[in-house]
Design a protein around this ligand. Structure first.
Ligand code: F6P
Length: 548
């Protein structure tokens, strides 16, 4: 397979020249004025996701050069190698096959294994959801990183589809302040714990699982529960079935080393999702992701949404030099999406060496961050509009809301519909404002009610002006259905794949988390003993201060 690092291609040099000649100075307002067809030309419909890319700092030539870059880097061959199950996670010698987890039976590799586990896990979900029989009211997922963030993001996103008699809790942090308040409200006889860990060795998860077991045995005493009941109240999602058995768990849902942690919500790690929304909705989530997989695998690169997004990320990071991207889902259910994307993108592409272990010459992953709209507007949007950094923003708008449930009185439903219109208007307005801006002259014509009396009007006008020409992408979903959410998440996965393929790095390992883990292991006994020998002065001083 031909694989060339982006910065070593002819297209990269051409992009550099294009950036200097046109890209840097591109003005979105002029681009729209010049080209009435710009919205159509720069928007794409992928399965379930419509994307307006027209408010980005690109023109037809940028797109052409970026496609040449993709071609020179062998993006299609790299993508095909992933789908074919080649060991593209070269540093760990593993295939990368999260796409197989959502392939219909008979259409993907490892289909028998995948569907056998899926069916078992959906059967468990069904049993738990039959609350009259199961007696379960609370499900606690204990996991961290990829074994937490996916389900913790999807469950609230699909709240409209959730079983109303079940509460889902997510415990991840080794900080006892995470698990303690959750346990406080639970009845052991009515609680199911899912210990979710690919390795079943992760310090945080093992510590929380031990606490949960100790609590179960202590609180269960008065309820006639003992260690023989652990097997009924604890299940595991893991590749390490033996370690789960050693813990006392007999019902284990396995997955495979070709499923990366941050790509694992489609596997047994999705069990809390299946319990919350039920088997049919879980299957619809998989279907949506599969539809996006087909789009990524088959659509021409010019109309391929994840590819266009990944190339745009390269353009912004390496040519414009933008260091971060803000994600603003205008849907409260997607409040955990930014955190989920932080792991997906930054753990995947936050690398400093290429696949051959050579230092990268070009910058890799941007910082990804954000909050749901409209909350973010009242917090950090000030900086997006007037700060000195340009930060591309990503808006996610959902056409039809799902909060007007039949159980609500009509007047309330009507009021909520009005709120949805306000939400959409705000999302649209923010991307418009970022692009449009406001000159000091325009600001000077206004009479700001809160300006200090006697202040210099010209200075106030400068304070009240907006540079504009700030880029954004807007995604539109018709509704936040399981299928649409599956497609949206898969779109992000393949976007990350695309930029990684151009940067020439391995998006599927995460050695960068090891050093801190190892040092924590060494410091733990020192916290007890007070031994600071050989530590740097700062760490020694802090350790002593914590023991005072
Ligand atoms: O933070 C490192 C990491 O390995 C993540 O990639 C992973 O999602 C998380 O820890 C949890 O790992 P496990 O599922 O093995 O407990």
């Amino acid at each position: 397979m031909t694989r060339v690092r982006g910065d070593r291609t002819r297209a990269w040099a051409a992009l550099r020249g294009h950036y200097e000649a046109h890209g840097r100075a591109l003005d979105l307002r002029e681009a729209f004025a010049r080209d009435p067809g710009r919205f159509q030309a720069f928007s794409l419909q992928a399965p379930e996701v419509f994307a307006d890319l027209s408010k980005n700092l690109v023109d037809v030539a940028t797109r052409r050069f970026l496609l040449e870059l993709a071609a020179e880097c062998g993006l299609e061959a790299q993508r095909d190698a992933m789908f074919a199950g080649r060991p593209i996670n070269a540093t760990e010698g593993r295939a990368v096959l999260h796409v197989a987890l959502r392939a219909p039976r008979g259409q993907g590799p490892f289909g028998d294994e995948v569907h056998a586990v899926l069916e078992r896990m959906l059967a468990l979900a069904e049993r738990v959801r039959d609350t009259a029989r199961s007696g379960i009211t609370d499900v606690v997922n204990i996991g961290i990183g990829g074994s937490d963030l996916g389900p913790a993001m999807v469950v609230p996103a699909l709240d409209a589809y959730a079983h109303r008699g079940l509460r889902l809790h997510f415990v991840s942090n080794v900080d006892g302040h995470d698990i303690a308040p959750v346990l406080r409200g639970l009845d052991p006889a009515r609680t199911l714990f899912i210990v979710a860990s690919k390795t079943f060795t992760t310090q945080e998860t093992m510590a929380n699982a031990q606490v949960a077991r100790a609590w179960f045995l202590a609180a269960g005493q008065g309820r006639g529960l003992g260690s023989a009941d652990i097997a009924r109240h604890f299940v595991a999602a893991t590749t390490n079935v033996r370690a789960a058995a050693d813990f006392g768990i007999t019902e284990t849902f396995g997955f495979w080393d070709w499923v990366g942690g941050r790509y694992s919500l489609w596997s047994a790690i999705g069990l809390p999702i299946a319990i919350a929304v039920g088997p049919a909705n879980f299957r619809a989530l998989l279907d949506g992701a599969h539809a996006m997989d087909r789009h990524f695998a088959e659509a021409p690169l010019a109309q391929n949404l994840p590819v266009q997004l990944g190339l745009l990320d390269v353009w912004y990071r390496n040519f414009h030099g933008f260091g971060s991207r803000s994600v603003a889902p205008y849907h409260q259910g997607l409040r955990r999406l930014p955190a989920y994307l932080q792991q997906l993108e930054m753990e995947s592409n936050g690398k400093g060496v290429d696949l051959d272990g050579q230092p990268l010459a070009a910058a890799s992953s941007p910082v990804v961050w954000g909050e749901p709209g409209t909350n973010g507007q009242h917090a950090y949007f000030q900086m997006l509009h007037q700060g000195t950094d340009v930060i591309p923003v990503e808006f996610i708008l959902v056409k039809t809301p799902a909060h007007g449930g039949d159980e609500l009185p009509p007047a309330v439903r009507e009021a909520l519909a009005g709120q949805h219109a306000k939400l959409l208007a705000n999302g649209l307005a923010q991307s418009q404002a970022l692009m449009q801006g406001k000159t000091a002259e325009e600001a000077a014509r206004e009479r700001p009610p809160t300006a200090a009396p006697g202040a210099d009007p010209a200075a106030i006008a400068r304070h009240r002006s907006f540079p504009g020409n700030r880029p954004s992408t807007t995604f539109v979903l018709d509704a936040l259905t399981p299928r649409a959410l599956g497609a949206l998440i898969a779109m992000y996965e393949h976007r990350v794949f695309t930029s990684a393929a151009i940067w020439g790095l391995n998006a599927f390992d995460q050695w960068g988390v090891e050093l801190g883990k190892a040092l924590a292991g060494e410091l733990l006994p020192r916290l007890a003993s007070g031994d600071t020998a050989g530590l740097d002065a700062s760490t020694a001083g802090l350790l002593a201060r914590l023991r005072d």
